[in-house]
Design a protein around this ligand. Structure first.
Ligand code: SF4
Ligand code: SF4
Length: 202
């Protein structure tokens, strides 16, 4: 009988460092710059969570082709607000995309066909349209902070249809090209902050 894979028999807190790292599907969605709605301090005090908006602008270390970090070992020093993902932070951060493997496992779900741990192929995350490949408009170093609002997009928080299918389609389609933001999408975002990506196990 085949052994049950670790992500089905372990919780996030039970995973060792190698398992934890391998759980990242390499989509790069969490490495997109996000904007946080600027709401009055009184609302925050009252427990209101500010909305988070994704942009199609990449972190300065994000490689838009491989969808990986260009300097993963030194990311904490080079990008101080790169969030280290741990079981604790996974439970707290509300901005991870719904396709994120850590979120799926935290919610008791299984991984999908396109996850490299399931497919055995790191390219399936791109073929399924989950990754940011071909959709990063620019690096944050190329876009003035005040223009980031114009790059708000909704796709990082959505599921591509083929990614929900139980098995890989016969001919995966190419990912979409960067899209222009809809006029009404830029309204509420203001403060830049909060990112992204896992590091180390529990
Ligand atoms: S941490 Fe989640 S969202 Fe970020 S690259 Fe890994 S799987 Fe994708
Ligand atoms: S892991 Fe952190 S530093 Fe590296 S690309 Fe992602 S957000 Fe940027």
């Amino acid at each position: 009988m085949d052994e049950i894979p670790f992500w089905r028999r372990k919780t996030l807190t039970e995973m060792n460092e190698a398992e934890w790292e391998s759980l990242c599907d390499g989509c790069g969605r969490c490495c997109l710059v996000k904007l946080e709605e600027d709401i009055p301090a009184a609302q925050i005090k009252a427990g209101v969570n500010p909305a988070i908006y994704y942009t199609d602008v990449g972190c300065k270390l994000l490689d838009g082709e491989t969808c990986g970090c260009r300097d993963y070992p030194n990311r904490g020093r080079k990008v101080p607000d790169c969030v280290k993902l741990t079981p604790k932070t996974i439970a707290k951060v509300g901005w991870l995309p719904p396709t994120c493997a850590y979120k799926l496992i935290e919610r008791g779900r299984d991984l999908y066909w396109w996850h490299p741990l399931v497919s055995g192929d790191p390219d399936t995350v791109h073929a399924a349209g989950i990754s940011v490949r071909g959709r990063v408009y620019a690096s944050e170093e190329e876009i003035p902070a005040q223009e980031a609002e114009e790059r708000i997009v909704s796709w990082p928080l959505r599921w591509p249809k083929r990614a929900r299918e139980p098995q890989a389609p016969k001919e995966p389609r190419a990912p979409k090209q960067p899209q222009a933001p809809k006029p009404n999408e830029s309204a509420a975002a203001v403060q830049e902050r909060s990112r992204r990506r896992p590091s180390g196990g529990p």
